[in-house]
Design a binder for this molecule. Structure first.
Ligand code: B12
Length: 233
């Protein structure tokens, strides 16, 4: 019992430490400033600087993701215009597109999987998770952006066993419960893993919408599917 609590404390401390590592990254503030002032050249220089010490995935998760999170929060407070958020997202899309590794030809034997953005128009997170999954040896369908009906039909037709859903606004997150219910009603055994801002803001939400797991990063997406692979074969 005591050991269990110690382990929980250790996990908690590690989580805080990893967040601190992110928050002290000295490149985040200048990178964020470059994005906000639409200085594409400087944003690219800083990103390349990060790549000199980090892998592409680390650079995305430790520089791009926190900078965009801060930009989103500043917009939420009324300190930035939506156009700045939009342009920051577009700049980051092209930076990320250029560095994410190509797919690994040695694909893993795995349950049929697909990834989708449910309803909303944020696709950067999905794109990153898709690339990291493929770079880690997984083959998966990229469904792009779909609404509930199309998603359920397609997942059933493709006999999907693992469905990865990315959302960034709360109304889309709430629609995950319709997807989960409809998949359950179909009688097919499909596991659903979700990710994106609403699930980061509210740690209980993934359970409330009936998902089987939630991942906070592309790396977590890989480890969740890897864990399920063992159970499903
Ligand atoms: C860029 C951005 C936009 C761009 C999107 C451009 C694009 N092509 O994607 C634009 C300008 C279009 C936009 C529009 C809007 N946005 Co916006 N946006 C953002 C912002 C700043 C960054 C999002 C992003 O790309 N992050 C970088 C990516 C890499 O991170 P990520 O998506 O979180 O993904 C990582 C993890 O979450 C995880 N992950 C993601 N998906 C998955 C899936 C699985 C299965 C797993 C395991 C893991 C996983 O792995 C990824 C890699 O680490 C966020 C702020 C934030 N805190 O997220 C707001 C934010 C998401 N937006 C918000 C809002 C409200 C809007 C608008 C409604 C604004 C408006 N009034 O018009 C519209 C909605 C449009 C729509 N219907 O979809 C809110 C949502 C609040 C809420 N709880 O609902 C946020 C949180 C800002 C805020 N703080 O208020 N936005």
């Amino acid at each position: 019992m005591v050991l269990g609590r110690d382990v929980q404390y250790a996990i908690c401390a590690l989580t805080i430490l990893s967040r601190l590592e992110i928050s002290v990254n000295p490149l985040i503030a200048p990178f964020r400033n470059s994005l906000e002032s639409l200085d594409r050249v400087n944003a690219n220089t800083l990103f390349q600087q990060a790549l000199s010490t980090l892998t592409p995935i680390q650079a995305v998760e430790q520089l791009v993701v926190p900078a965009l999170e801060q930009i989103g929060a500043a917009w939420h407070k009324g300190d930035l215009a939506l156009s700045q958020v939009y342009m920051s997202g577009r700049f980051c899309e092209s930076l990320v597109e250029n560095v994410l590794p190509p797919s690994d030809p040695d694909r893993k034997h795995q349950p049929r999987s697909a990834i989708v953005v449910l309803s909303d128009y944020h696709d950067l997170g999905k794109r990153i998770v898709y690339s990291v999954m493929r770079a880690s040896g997984f083959e998966l369908f990229d469904y792009g952006r779909l609404d509930v009906d199309e998603l359920v039909e397609r997942a059933l037709a493709d006999k999907i066993r693992v469905l990865m859903i990315s959302v960034l606004i709360l109304p889309s997150a709430l629609k995950v419960s319709q997807v989960c219910q409809r998949l359950k009603d179909s009688g097919m055994d499909i596991k659903v893993v979700v990710g994106g801002a609403p699930f980061l803001f509210d740690s209980q939400l993934w359970q409330e919408v009936g998902a089987d797991a939630m991942g906070g990063s592309a790396a977590e997406a890989v480890s969740i599917v890897q864990r399920w692979m063992g159970d499903m074969q």
